[in-house]
Design a protein around this ligand. Structure first.
Ligand code: KIV
Length: 272
């Protein structure tokens, strides 16, 4: 057998459904580049999301709207080259699937063909039914995304908690059931009350992955750069920081600058 790569049990959409049935929580993180994806995959993550949050995190845009399909494909290809085990999900960028289902299918096909990704994610419920169904008929697995959907930020006006009112909560519950009926393999619920998220997770058979949606769902997702503490500005209540990399990296950069300026680096052993 050709050696080099370790034989691992790959995470598929079926594995995720089995995890939900067995009550095993699903762990998901974002990645946009090869190096980060490799570390995350080797750590044993179940799902890697090439999120359109790359628009904020990698490119410094205020919203997720400006990122293009070509840019998403670039990020997804870099991630795919690093992956051995995780299921890779790629966000369809804003404006590439809401117009009509044919355009949505072309977008999804380009992502799958050009990056080698395993599935796509789309924001919305009933209003994107045709696009979801057309993509699914091509054999491309679709993850849904409800609650706070950042591509609609100009409609919402703010990034505050969604579905606190009865009407919106009812609407979200209906959308979740529809996404399951259309054939989505999982749903992300972003920034909604924990009780509502738990109710949704109980009412559908597909895995529900939360971000700011409490612990009563089937799994959790965070933006990797946030959970590593690489920025200091973004501190929502739901964010648990596992490192303070902003401080640690700043200290390393300052030490390097000091060593260069003082001629301490490179020393005799660090040259040829
Ligand atoms: O783009 C992204 O990172 C996301 C997560 C916040 C779920 O959609």
């Amino acid at each position: 057998m050709p050696s080099g790569k370790k034989e691992v049990k790959k995470v598929t959409t079926h594995v995720l459904q089995e995890m939900k049935r067995n009550g095993e929580k699903i762990a998901m993180l974002t990645a946009y580049d090869y190096t980060m994806a490799k570390i995350i995959d080797n750590s044993g993550i179940d799902i890697i999301l090439v999120g359109d949050s790359a628009s904020n995190v990698m490119a410094g845009h205020e919203t997720t709207l400006p990122i293009t399909l070509d840019q998403m494909i670039y990020h997804a290809s870099s991630v795919i080259r690093a992956i051995n085990r995780a299921l890779v999900v790629v966000d369809l960028p804003f404006g590439t699937y809401q117009g009509n289902s044919k355009e949505a299918l072309n977008t999804a096909i380009r992502i799958m063909k050009e990056s080698g990704a395993h599935s796509v994610k789309m924001e919305g419920g009933k209003e994107i039914k045709d696009s979801i169904e057309r993509i699914l008929t091509a054999g491309i697995p679709v993850m849904g995304h409800l609650g706070l959907t950042p591509q609609s930020i100009y409609k919402f006006g703010t990034y505050t908690v969604r579905a606190k009112e009865k009407d919106e909560a009812q609407h979200l519950m209906e959308d979740a059931k529809l996404l399951e009926e259309y054939g989505c393999f999982a749903i992300v619920l972003e920034k909604i009350p924990a009780d509502l998220a738990a109710k949704v997770a109980k009412s559908v058979r597909i895995p529900v992955i939360g971000i700011g949606a409490g612990g009563g769902v089937d799994g959790q997702v965070l933006v990797t750069h946030d959970m590593l503490g690489m920025n200091t500005e973004f501190s929502p209540r739901f964010l648990r920081r596992y490192m303070n990399l902003y401080a640690d990296m700043s200290a390393a950069f300052k030490n390097y600058i000091k060593d260069v300026k003082s001629k301490d680096f490179p020393n005799k052993k660090e040259q040829y």
